[in-house]
Every structure is written in structure tokens, then in C-alpha cells.
Design a binder for this molecule. Structure first.
Ligand code: NAD
Length: 321
């Protein structure tokens, strides 16, 4: 069995590897050869923690396993990140544990990769302005992964606390992109692609803010009750997701579904676009919206890449188990 510690992940897996891993598994999910098992998430009644498992099996990639972890709000005071996760991979032929992999950085990489795959599949080819709503931990990963998918020239960004945008601006400039902090109205008027990555429980981006032809990747809403964009905007868009069952229950589409504005069968799997069984964007005026809810198979896919790279580079710790 191999161990790949959290401290080694940054040297082993980057945005491009993550993009390929997530693209493959989204395609496998839409083809019916990869599926996620029911998610467990529990408030454990200790340390104010939320703990759970996300698991699944990809028969194409032969990735079987789970991500285990959650949210420990008191960790910052202990010098640790609040989100803690570990991925366990199992041999699909024997059930033996194959690897234990640090899952914290991988979570950010696989989430950003999902948005990047959606941009690669659905954004207009001539998209030049990237809008980002949110400036928390995930935002810079999103910017790095998505910037590579089109010939972007400029980033416009909004955050509830504007002072937090400075570090996102530094990442944009490092990537050779102009950066401007703007109002939501300006962001919607300028951006060809918009990423929303906040933990908001009420709509931030309004239907009226967004111009025709925009691609929106809603990445922050992964829990019942969270919301980043107005339900009317969801109803106006052509809808895509990683997994429909999550989109309608814990994803951005939950509110438009509850209001009766959208039917579940109007939401396509992004993997169908990857597999070319869905045409994706059909006009330059269409608004496309990807509801990225986050599935366990994404974690397994990037963790398997980390193990492969660690073995290739002689960095995997091998233990008899
Ligand atoms: P973070 O705590 O570092 O940052 C939170 C961000 O949300 C900040 O920009 C903050 O200003 C903004 N925000 C919070 N409440 C808001 C409100 N009411 N109105 C406007 N902005 C608000 O969090 P993070 O690690 O960057 O994660 C952001 C979101 O992404 C979280 O909701 C997290 O659960 C989600 N997430 C989703 C996936 C996925 O696969 N879809 C994966 C990881 C994280």
C-alpha cells in the first residue's frame, strides 16, 4: 500500500493533471460506467465538526474508494486548515487498500478543474473577460485553472469584503492578466465567463446582471440552502452539472427546481458534452450555466493521479499492510 502525504501533493499534481482526471471521470459518469455512492455527512457533536464520506467507483478508470473528512471550525486556532480530508483508494480486483492520499489540496484542484472543464466545453471560443465572484480559499485555484481555457485578457472580480481581492489580483497579474475590482453590475456587463465561488445562502448575482452569451460556473453551492445566483438566471440558462441528483438537491439548481422554474430533465450532465452525446452551447447568445456540486469520483480521480505520479517519481511511501 502507498501513502502520499499532503505535503507532497503540490509537487505531484497540478491544474493540467487535475483537468484531465476530472474530464475523464465526468465522461465516464455520463456514459454510465462511473457512479457515486450516497454521501454521508454528519454533525458529530464534538468540536463543532461536520464529518462525512464521499465515495464511488469508476469502472473505466478503475478507481474505487472514498474521501473522508469534513470541517473543523476550531482548527485555525491550532494552526491547521478547517477543511480536512483524506482519500482512500482500493484495488478494484481485490478490495485491498491501495493508497492513502492527503486530500486537502486535491479538493481545491479538483473543484477548480471541474469549472475549467465546463469552460473548455461551454464558453464561447472568443471569451476574453473572466469574472470571479468570491475571494476565499478556492478563488485563486479557480482563476489559475480557468485562465488556461480561453485567451483571457482581463479579470474582473467582486467580493463581499473588497480588501480580500488584493491577493486574487496578484494571481491574475502573475498570469499576465489585467485585474479590476468591480461592482456586480459591471462584472456581469463585462464578463464572458463568470465563476461564482462563495459560501453565500442568498443570491448574489442577479439575472439582470448577466449579458447574453455568458458562461457561468456556479461552484460554491454544495449544500442545501446555499445560493449564489438568482433562480431566474438559472431558469434563463442552458443547464449542465456534474450530477443531476446533487444539482437538484444541494446544488445551485435547487432553488429554481423548488420554485417550479426548472424541471430536473432540463439539466444535462457535463460529461454528455465531453462524450459528444449532447451538443453543448448552440449559439453565441445562449447563457450556459454549470452547476458544480462536487462529487467523490472527482476526488478519487485526482488522488489516483497523485499516486501514479508519486510512484513514477519515487516519492510514494510503500508500507506492508
Ligand atoms: P472561504 O470561507 O475561504 O471563502 C468564502 C467566500 O464566500 C468569501 O469570498 C466570502 O466573502 C464569500 N461569502 C460568504 N458569505 C457570503 C455572502 N453572504 N455573500 C457574499 N459572499 C459571501 O471558502 P472557500 O474554501 O473559498 O469555499 C467557497 C465555497 O465553495 C464554499 O461554499 C464551499 O463549501 C464551496 N466548495 C465547493 C466545492 C464543490 O465541489 N462545488 C468544493 C470545495 C468548496
Amino acid at each position: 500500500m502507498y501513502i502520499v502525504p499532503e505535503k507532497d501533493i503540490a509537487a505531484l499534481v497540478g491544474a493540467e493533471d487535475s483537468f484531465e482526471a476530472v474530464r475523464q471521470v465526468f465522461g465516464a459518469m455520463a456514459a454510465g460506467s462511473a457512479y457515486n455512492f450516497p454521501v454521508i455527512r454528519e454533525a458529530i457533536g464534538h468540536a463543532d465538526a461536520l464529518y462525512g464520506f464521499k465515495s464511488g467507483f469508476d469502472r473505466q478508470g478503475l478507481n474505487l474508494g472514498l474521501k473522508s473528512g469534513g470541517y473543523w471550525p476550531g482548527n485555525t486556532a491550532k494552526g491547521l486548515t478547517n477543511h480536512q480530508s483524506t482519500v482512500f483508494l482500493f484495488d478494484a480486483e481485490t478490495g485491498k487498500c491501495r493508497a492513502i492520499v492527503g486530500g486537502n489540496l486535491l479538493t481545491a484542484l479538483r473543484t477548480a478543474a471541474a469549472a475549467a472543464v465546463s469552460v473548455a466545453c461551454l464558453a464561447r471560443v472568443n471569451a476574453r473577460v473572466l469574472g470571479i465572484v468570491g475571494a476565499g480559499h478556492q478563488a485563486a485555484f479557480q482563476l489559475r485553472a480557468v485562465a488556461a481555457q480561453r485567451r483571457f485578457e482581463r479579470v474582473v472580480a467582486w467580493n463581499r469584503s473588497p480588501e480580500k481581492l488584493a491577493s486574487l489580483g496578484a494571481v491574475a497579474r502573475e498570469l499576465g492578466l489585467d485585474f479590476e475590482a468591480v461592482s456586480l453590475q459591471e462584472l456581469g456587463a463585462q464578463a464572458d465567463v463568470i465563476i461564482t465561488i462563495t459560501s453565500s445562502y442568498a443570491a448574489i448575482l442577479a439575472d439582470a446582471h448577466v449579458k447574453p452569451g455568458t458562461h457561468i460556473a456556479c461552484m460554491g453551492t454544495d449544500t442545501k440552502g446555499k445560493q449564489e445566483v438568482e433562480a431566474a438566471l438559472v431558469a434563463r440558462a442552458s443547464l449542465f452539472t456534474d450530477e443531476v441528483a446533487q444539482s437538484v438537491s444541494i446544488g445551485e439548481c435547487q432553488h429554481a427546481i423548488a420554485a417550479g422554474l426548472v424541471a430536473p430533465d432540463a439539466i444535462a450532465m457535463l460529461g454528455a458534452v465531453i462524450n459528444r452525446t449532447h451538443p453543448g452551447r448552440q449559439s453565441d447568445d445562449e447563457i450556459t450555466l454549470f452547476d458544480g456540486t462536487g462529487v467523490g469520483l472527482q476526488d478519487l480521480a485526482v488522488a489516483a493521479t497523485a499516486v501514479q505520479r508519486a510512484i513514477e517519481q519515487g516519492r510514494a511511501i510503500e508500507v506492508a499492510f
